[in-house]
Design a protein around this ligand. Structure first.
Ligand SMILES: [Zn+2]
Length: 274
């Protein structure tokens, strides 16, 4: 599933393609959404916001398009009149005179008014967004020590969207490795220093991934690896999908174990269970 950084990059490309331009047509293929086609035509997209893994496309007439890509949803931006080469099912098309933004395969789609957004069952439960400038390490440190979260295992806490919005499995594995923490540990077991490093890494790792096109590894190292022939997939992660390969810190083989219903990749030497 795409995580916060991937959704934000999709939002950036939609903004680059259609923001501020008059909408010449909107198509919804799901029957219950067709009623909105007329009211969105003639307005403009003023912003594409992301809230964790959800996207909120804001229109100049006050309406908002809520979309959650889940596993399969994918946005394409194309020149007007062109269609992408995909066998996926079109769900939403927003056309302007020169560019179109097209959403395929997503199933969670709704058109919302301002008050619908405020009371939306998923959006209203989201924790602070990992890429938002308003989310600080101080806020996250407080949340780690909060009664609601401090006794949860990090394996499931980090991907709990009510704790922090935008972290999925690859970010979880990479953050835990950076902080040398075992996924079964809980905030109550951590020192102040470990909590502070975790709060910072919860922001730094996703933000670097967003800025670098998905690299959570040490950036200079990843770039050197790619100059020497490694693919982006081979160079981008510290532990994720590196089962059986040597830890970049200590040489121990990376293992894969089930944690919170998802495969977690970790170094058994660097990330010991306390
Ligand atoms: Zn190690």
């Amino acid at each position: 599933m795409p995580e916060g950084p991937e959704i934000r990059r999709a939002a950036d490309s939609i903004e680059a393609a259609i923001r501020g331009k008059e909408i010449t047509g909107v198509e919804f293929t799901l029957p219950h959404l067709k009623q909105w086609q007329q009211s969105l035509t003639g307005s403009k997209v003023i912003a594409v916001e992301t809230r964790g893994k959800a996207m909120l496309t804001r229109f100049s007439n006050g309406l908002n398009l809520y979309t959650h890509n889940q596993l399969y949803g994918r946005w394409f931006c194309v020149d007007a009149g062109k269609m992408p080469d995909t066998r996926r099912q079109l769900r939403v098309a927003i056309h302007t005179h020169d560019r179109s933004a097209l959403l395929y395969s997503a199933s969670e789609i709704a058109v919302l008014t301002k008050s619908d957004v405020d009371s939306h069952p998923f959006l209203s439960r989201l924790g602070p967004d990992v890429l938002s400038a308003q989310t600080t390490a101080g806020i996250l440190l407080q949340r780690l020590m909060d009664e609601r979260f401090r006794r949860r295992q990090l394996a499931t806490l980090l991907t709990n969207q009510s704790f922090i919005a935008g972290i999925g499995n690859y970010l979880r594995c990479e953050i835990l490795f950076v902080c040398r923490l075992h996924p079964c540990m809980k905030p109550t077991q951590l020192s102040q220093q470990q909590l502070a490093l975790l709060a910072e890494s919860l922001l730094d790792v996703p933000r670097q991934s967003y800025a670098s096109g998905g690299i959570t590894h040490h950036l200079a190292t990843a770039k050197t690896m790619m100059r020497h022939g490694a693919t982006l997939e081979e160079a981008r992660f510290r532990v994720f999908r590196r089962e059986g390969k040597p830890c970049y810190r200590c040489g121990t083989r990376i293992i894969r174990q089930n944690s919170g219903g998802q495969p977690c990749y970790l170094c058994p030497q660097c990330q010991k269970n306390a």
